[in-house]
Design a protein around this ligand. Structure first.
Ligand code: CS2
Length: 453
């Protein structure tokens, strides 16, 4: 007899998860009269656990609607494990028969994908080390080991639901897990194929990092000392591919949509919201702005965001393309939310991982059709100029490719030569420079003009 599976293990228990999937789960519990609980997992740092454990893992969400500010207590999280301290506790939680779902927000770099085909990079040193480690430490390794334990112990099926901003996140994760499992344990791939499901999902809610000001507002409004509250907007969206291996919370009762194919929604969100966000992050920081709402209030930067959204909107599948103008206008309003203080620098990090899906893919498609893309090109050029400024000024560059990018800077003979080297980075631009040298040259010149301005 196995106990009823009403547990979710969430890998990457950051602010986004706390204001999104945890929020939906609590609402779904209330609407459906169920009692799903979440075990959170921090992959590296213990700070979220250390802040939340003394308060029983409950925390406040501040919801900033246009006409009001609300405070809600979220109490679905009841434990946080720290993988870097004790990875085997995480494997055990995944293998527990009471766990029906693993959800993930581990960011793009947590998947260790090979840029050329978005398959697991088996040569990545961390993945290679995990392959033979007794207890793995990467997300992919921990998940594969958890699934292996479920297979060995007959713990039943598992749904693994990616909530990261990656195109086809479920399918990509499934392929990565199968590649790892196939190398690590005989029979595991077959078991996964029949006992696990990897639905894709599109998640959306703007959730900045926690600030001291937020803690003070929460104290003022609720009378509680919350060590790690989270602020967000009123808007949220979750579109989930309806493909589960077993039970799940009735998230649709909290406003999620279950659909046969999330790809159109995912593409619209990544290219329009995240694409415009990244454009504002780089061009806005270069223009001396700190927050998204400051950048979008600037006529020139708002024009750039609109251009990116219009150009990318034109690349979308028809079912979402038709309403892309309204979607863009709604985004401008969301970006204008002055209560969020969403830092451009927060969005700017990990550019090498974010640019391909957000800006380079739509540019490539437009280039292929002979269409001009001044907005997308300026956004990409702004990233290169932004990197150049940070390297020149000795600012830290928060990006898994920082070392390589820095090496281009150090060995370059002037800015254009740096920009050309960046534009041949396969992880970001694949073969753009070889295929369309004139586009790469134009981007390099544009980046130089921005850098010099
Ligand atoms: C942002 C996202 O930091 C970033 O890269 O573009 O976190 C964005 O706020 C969310 O995807 C909104 O759903």
């Amino acid at each position: 007899m196995t106990a009823s599976p009403f547990r979710i293990v969430h890998l990457g228990v950051g602010n986004f998860h706390r204001a999104h999937q945890a929020f939906y789960t609590q609402k779904a519990n209330a609407a459906a009269g169920e009692a799903w609980r979440i075990t959170g997992v921090s992959l590296r740092r213990p700070d979220t656990r250390d802040a939340l454990a003394p308060q029983g893992f409950r925390y406040t969400v501040e919801i900033n609607a246009p006409d009001e500010t609300r405070y809600e207590t979220i109490s679905v999280l009841d434990d946080i494990l720290v993988a870097s301290e004790d990875p085997s506790s995480v494997v055990a939680a995944i293998a527990d028969p009471r766990t029906a779902l693993v959800t993930l927000t581990v960011t793009e770099k947590g998947y260790h994908l090979r840029p050329s085909d978005r398959r697991l990079d088996l040569d990545d040193p961390k993945i290679a080390a995990d392959m033979t480690a007794e207890v793995p430490t990467t997300t992919i390794g921990i998940l594969a080991e958890g699934l292996a334990r479920r297979m060995a112990e007959g713990a039943g099926p598992l749904t693994v639901l990616s909530c990261d901003n990656l195109p086809e996140n479920g399918a990509v994760l499934e392929a990565a897990i199968l590649a790892f499992a196939g190398e690590r344990r005989a029979g595991l791939g077959q078991w996964i194929a029949t006992h696990a499901a990897f639905p894709s999902s599109m998640v959306d809610r703007i959730v900045p990092a926690t600030s001291e000001e937020l803690k003070a507002r929460v104290r003022q409004a609720t009378g509680q000392n919350d060590a790690w509250p989270v602020a967000t907007e009123d808007f949220s969206e979750w579109v989930i591919e309806d493909r589960f291996a077993g039970p799940r919370p009735l998230w649709e009762m909290a406003g999620a949509r279950l659909v046969p194919d999330v790809r159109p929604y995912e593409m619209r969100k990544l290219r329009m919201l995240n694409g415009a966000h990244s454009a504002l992050a780089y061009a806005g920081t270069l223009a001396g702005k700190t927050f998204v709402h400051e950048a979008i209030a600037d006529e020139d930067l708002a024009g750039l965001a609109r251009a990116v959204m219009t150009e990318s909107g034109e690349t979308l599948p028809e079912e979402v393309r038709v309403a892309s103008g309204e979607y863009a206008e709604a985004l401008i309003k969301r970006f204008s939310n002055g209560a969020l203080n969403h830092r451009l620098r927060q969005i700017a990090m990990d550019g090498s991982q974010k640019l391909p899906a957000r800006l380079v893919a739509p540019l490539n498609e437009r280039v292929g059709k002979g269409l001009e893309s001044p907005g997308l090109e300026r956004a990409i050029a702004s990233w290169i100029a932004f990197l150049g400024r940070d390297f020149r000024d000795g600012e830290p560059v928060d990006d898994p490719l920082a070392e390589r990018l820095k090496a281009h800077w150090s060995s370059a003979d002037g800015f254009v030569s740096f920009a050309r080297a960046v534009l041949t980075e396969p992880a970001v631009f694949s073969d753009l420079a070889a295929r369309r040298p004139e586009v790469a040259e134009r981007l390099a010149a544009h980046a130089e003009a921005i850098f010099a301005a």
